[in-house]
Design a protein around this ligand. Structure first.
Ligand SMILES: [Zn+2]
Ligand SMILES: [Zn+2]
Length: 373
């Protein structure tokens, strides 16, 4: 355990990390990798969700191409299979075959990385970053109009296969409840409830769906709980970092968070270098519950990964367009489209912060009335 803490303290401070320096980013990633390795040494079967490599390996991996056979390739195959890029019947050999190359290309495209078909440092670094356990939906790329793509590159959102959504009449209300048996104790239930309330409100301010907390967990549409390891749904959690949470497509309504994470609502209070922002992950997982799959846009809430001590809870225009194409717009939201579009054209992106939300709340009564007319 001494070694574990030693590695943790070698993590560079956040200020340094945000300069997109690849070396720091990799050093940071390896740090967690070694710490998680130490924690999981006793585990006999390799975890498909965690990549383990040394500084020595990284060079041979990044130079590897089709036809090469390198020890350690199999874990990347397992990882890509776990997240939806390789069919499960693959033997996971150490051969860099054509199938593996095309899986890397799909992964790089889906994660918004430079498409090289190689295990370059950016790609490996991305694979080491903590993420959501829901597999990525590999888009079937239709005949792309490249000209159109370049201009309208704001549609990165993806649905689950078959485009499932909650099928009730609009405007609909969904209830949610917290499991009292599957809770964490480093945060109070009040802090957890408030973080989720903010997360649900982000979505309800853009679509005609409202969310109400229910005392009756058993009958709630959406059931939220913190689980450890194997918890009976075939998607075991993997301890600190790696997979952070997962949830199910409509209309299953189950949202599971990995109880092994250091969940945080305020990084000034939770100082841990492996702290994960609960509200960001909650907002992301609610997106799945509503029917959105992973976006390739790094700024989107539906992008699959989140670094420790990072926050990404404000809906991006990509998230908004995605969820509105499933449920329509919250009538109150429509009036804000024009300013939103001009924001995009000036390339600043669109974020919905407190001001927009306050405005939404003021107009909500009128909005609901208008909806019924
Ligand atoms: Zn996800
Ligand atoms: Zn689960």
């Amino acid at each position: 355990m001494e070694a574990f803490f030693l590695f943790l303290f070698s993590v560079p401070p956040k200020k340094e990390r945000t300069n997109h320096n690849m070396f720091l980013s990799l050093r940071y990633s390896f740090t967690f990798l070694f710490s998680t390795l130490l924690l999981t040494l006793s585990s006999s079967s390799p975890l498909a969700t965690k990549i383990s490599i040394t500084n020595h390996d990284i060079h041979s991996f990044s130079n590897a191409g089709r036809g090469n056979n390198i020890t350690g390739i199999s874990q990347f195959k397992r990882y890509l299979s776990r997240f939806g890029y390789i069919k499960n019947n693959d033997t996971f050999s150490n051969e860099f075959d054509a199938n593996f190359e095309s899986a890397i290309i799909k992964y790089q495209r889906n994660l918004g990385l430079q498409v090289t078909g190689k295990l370059d440092s950016n790609t490996v670094s991305q694979m080491i970053t903590p993420r959501c356990g829901v597999p990525d939906t590999t888009k079937t790329h239709h005949h792309h109009n490249h000209h159109q793509n370049r201009i309208h590159n704001t549609t990165n959102f993806v649905y689950f296969p078959g485009k499932p959504r909650w099928s009730r009449d609009m405007p609909m209300t969904l209830t949610y409840g917290f499991s009292s048996d599957y809770m964490i104790h480093n945060l109070s239930i009040r802090e957890i409830r408030e973080a989720f309330k903010r997360a649900f409100t982000r979505w309800s301010s853009v679509i005609p769906v409202s969310f109400v907390e229910s005392e009756d967990y058993g009958f709630a549409d959406i059931k939220i709980g913190f689980y450890s390891g194997d918890h009976g749904d075939g998607e075991p959690f993997d301890g600190v970092l790696g997979v952070l949470a997962h949830s199910f497509s409509p209309e299953i309504g189950r949202l599971h968070l990995d109880a092994a994470e250091t969940w945080a609502v305020d990084f000034d209070v939770t100082k841990s270098e492996v702290a994960i922002d609960l509200e960001s992950v909650a907002t992301h997982e609610i997106g799945h519950l509503l029917g959105l799959s992973h976006s390739s846009l790094k700024e989107a809430v539906m992008y699959p990964s989140l670094r420790p001590r990072d926050k990404r809870a404000d809906l991006n225009i990509d998230d908004i367009k995605g969820v509105q194409s499933l449920y329509g717009s919250n009538p109150n939201f429509r009036s804000q489209w024009s300013s939103l579009e001009s924001d995009i054209s000036t390339n600043h992106g669109a974020k919905f912060g407190v001001d927009t939300f306050r405005f939404s709340m003021i107009g909500s009564i009128i909005a609901i009335a208008l909806y019924y007319i």
